[in-house]
Structures are given as C-alpha cells and as structure tokens.
Design a protein around this ligand. Structure first.
Ligand SMILES: [Zn+2]
Length: 266
C-alpha cells in the first residue's frame, strides 16, 4: 500500500487563495489542486492509495472549524490529522474530540505557530495523545528563514520532547530537520522512538541519492515514511526517486507505505 503521510488540502471555497498564499510564501510552484477532488486525481495518477491530510492553521480561532471539516473528509483515500494551536485553552480536549471523531493523529507546526515543542505548556496535549494518536511535527526551519530568526523546532528540541514522552508516536517531518540536516544527523537521525518523513519540496531528488540513502540507512528504513507536501511536490516523482535508491526493495516498500500503515493501524 502506498501512503503519502504529508499533504495539505482545503475546502473548495478557500482552496485557491490558500494555494496562492502557499506558493507565494514558500516559492515553490503547485503541482496539483489542493482540494479533495484535486488530491484524489493526483493520487490516482501517481499510484498512491492513501494520503494523510495535515491540518495547519495560523490563527487559534480557526482550529475548530478546520478540524470540523477534516473530520468530514475521512474515507478510504484520505486520512486527516487535526490541527492544534498552542494558544488554545484546551489542547487536550480538542485532541480528545478528534480521537472520538475517528481522527488518528494531529499535526503541530512550531515554526508557523511560534512555540517550542518541548515547552511544558504542551505536555497535557502529549499526555492526551497517549500511545495511540500520532503526532506529525514540522522539524527544522523554512527555506526562507533568515539568519537571526527564531527556529522553534530544531532537531534537538524535537528530541527533548520525545525523551520526555518516549511512548508517543512521533513523525519528525522533513527528514527530521528541514534545511538543518547536519543538526538532524547529530541530534535525531538514528535515535529511537522517532520516525521521519521524506517531505522535501519542491522535489526530493534535489537532496541527491547519496544524501537520502545515507539518512535512510542511518535512521533505519523501518522508521522512514514517504511524504511530499502535496500540492508543493509531486507524489509520482518523489516516490519514483525513492524507488531509484540503492536499497533493498523491501525497504522501499516499507518506506512507501507499510511503516505508516503499521504505525497508525490502517
Ligand atoms: Zn507540510
């Protein structure tokens, strides 16, 4: 089973402006349409069976309405993860509401929402996630982060969070450190209790085969999941790049879906 663990779509009526904002902020061109229909046709064309749709909000007052929508799009192809904002009064309560509605995990975005993942104010949320709900968390910086700007989710802070909640199911996105791979290799790659995903827009191949193969081998292919950041990267091209690596076929299949299927119980 092929699973893209990292995608972003929106309700039809706001999808176009959201996409414009995304491509402007990050500087990557869109490869598809960021709606339910748009992602499903991209998945079918790319041979992807399921996509994890990650909820991201910049303002706390948008959390509930975003999650209400994510709850409604669950089906055979889409596995939505809820949004949580650090300024919510009851993060744990929202996580509980999501679980009761069938949602399997949440997304945290420390760079966008400006908080440290190892801040004790987050701990009640992590307690609530327990040993079943998955946390996907942005790791590293943005490509457009300037020197001197605060990096809220460097690999060492992600690991500091994990050390305090070793049973939490965590996927550190962007190979554990977007545009911070040296630090990721020092602090996170090869460590226990953490999976990573391969999301690296605009194209995974920009990393180069040697760099990606080294990271996969060092962390262990049983702990690496395929992700893209659709609509900012192409599912077919990124999965083909993984297939082209000089690692065993069984390891590629695990990365392209089985690891995540087991983690979540899909
Ligand atoms: Zn993303």
């Amino acid at each position: 089973m092929r699973i893209d663990v990292h995608t972003h779509i929106s309700p039809d009526r706001i999808a176009a402006p959201v996409l414009e904002g995304m491509t402007e902020t990050f500087g990557y061109p869109a490869v598809g349409i960021n709606t339910v229909d748009g992602i499903k046709s991209h998945m079918k064309a790319s041979g992807v069976d399921k996509s994890v749709v990650l909820g991201v909000v910049d303002r706390v007052e948008h959390v509930q309405v975003a999650n209400d929508w994510l709850i409604t799009i669950q089906d055979d192809m889409l596995v939505p993860f809820g949004a949580i904002h650090p300024e919510m009064e009851n993060m744990a309560g929202e996580a509980r509401r999501l679980r009761e509605a069938g949602i399997k995990g949440i997304k945290l975005h420390p760079m966008m929402n400006k908080f440290y993942p190892d801040d004790p104010k987050m701990f009640p949320l992590y307690e609530e996630l327990g040993e079943d709900m998955v946390l996907e968390i942005h790791s590293g910086r943005f490509n457009h982060t300037k020197p001197g700007e605060t990096i809220y989710s460097p690999p060492n802070r992600i690991m500091n969070m994990i050390r305090q909640f070793p049973k939490m199911k965590v996927v550190a996105l962007h190979l554990g450190g977007f545009y911070m791979l040296d630090e990721a290799e020092r602090e996170l790659i090869g460590k226990s209790n953490v999976l990573i995903d391969t999301t690296w827009p605009p194209a995974l191949k920009e990393l180069g085969s040697d760099t990606l193969t080294n990271i996969v081998n060092k962390h262990g292919p049983d702990k690496v999941c395929f992700g893209t950041d659709f609509p900012l990267a192409d599912m077919a091209k990124d999965s083909q790049f993984i297939e082209s690596l000089s690692i065993p076929d069984a390891a590629k299949e695990r990365m392209l879906g089985e690891n995540f299927r087991e983690l979540v119980g899909l």
